[in-house]
Design a protein. Sequence first.
Length: 313
Amino acid sequence: MPEIITPSVLDAIFQSFNFTFNNAFGAVTPTWNKIAMEVKSTTSASNYGWLGQMPRIREWVGDRVIGSLDSYGYQIRNKTWESTISLKREQIEDDTYGLFSPAVARLGRSVALFPDELCFGLLGKGFTQACYDGQNFFDTNHPVKDENGNDTFVSNVQAGSGAPWFLIDTTQGFMPIIYQLRRAFGFVSKTDPNQSDRVFLANEFVYGTDGRCNVGFGLWQIIYASKQPLNRANFRAARQAMINLKADYGRPLGVKPTLLVCGPTLEQTARDLIKSQYLPVDGSPGVINASGIGMIENTDRDIVDIFMSPWLG
């Protein structure tokens, strides 16, 4: 006998789908927080004028020196995102709507992974998109004042044409990517035959999710990018360049990379480079000779953690 579509039936379907959605959402462990920090937003866009203008401690002689926290016009504008699926009236009448549970579960999983997609996707675009100082996030010409207050330029990138890899200092209380959340995603429906044009015109009951958020660049000083081959020489050069970075007026930043981030093509190379006890004499990661002949001690072993993101593929 066909299912009679009553409000209680539609509510039961929604509750079942909502449970499936949230269960799938909660089963995912997102990884965007490896490279990003969440900032709550209360308006259509948020300004980050304070980036690059963090104050320093000085001896109090005379009046206070007031540092401006609004020197840059960097803004992240929230975007609205959605994904929607529909269920034919006949599928409810024939009691076959349970077959859609896997699709609803996949929707919940997609929502949970969406910040990963946004954050790591933006990281990969850092070679061509500008950050708060007007330069590309990964650039050779970030403006910094030297000890005498004169403008100079520093780099946070090794130029090249290979697969990118990144060194990050995760201990600074700030992250290189900003995940800006305006409204969290939730599961919604439009199923009232008396109010939904979709039900009336297309004979479909609609279920979906939507939210408001966006991503942007944070401090370029706590990340170093490379498209050079991932080997001992390039890793050490990138790490040392990062450690040597200074803030305005020659003040050391105290940056020390703690995490090596790469995509799938470089994961094994990264593990060989960082986890192996011995390396070939030339310092390149590769198959380790069990006899130890022609090998050198890997003094960089475990000096950073490794994280691979498929979104960098």
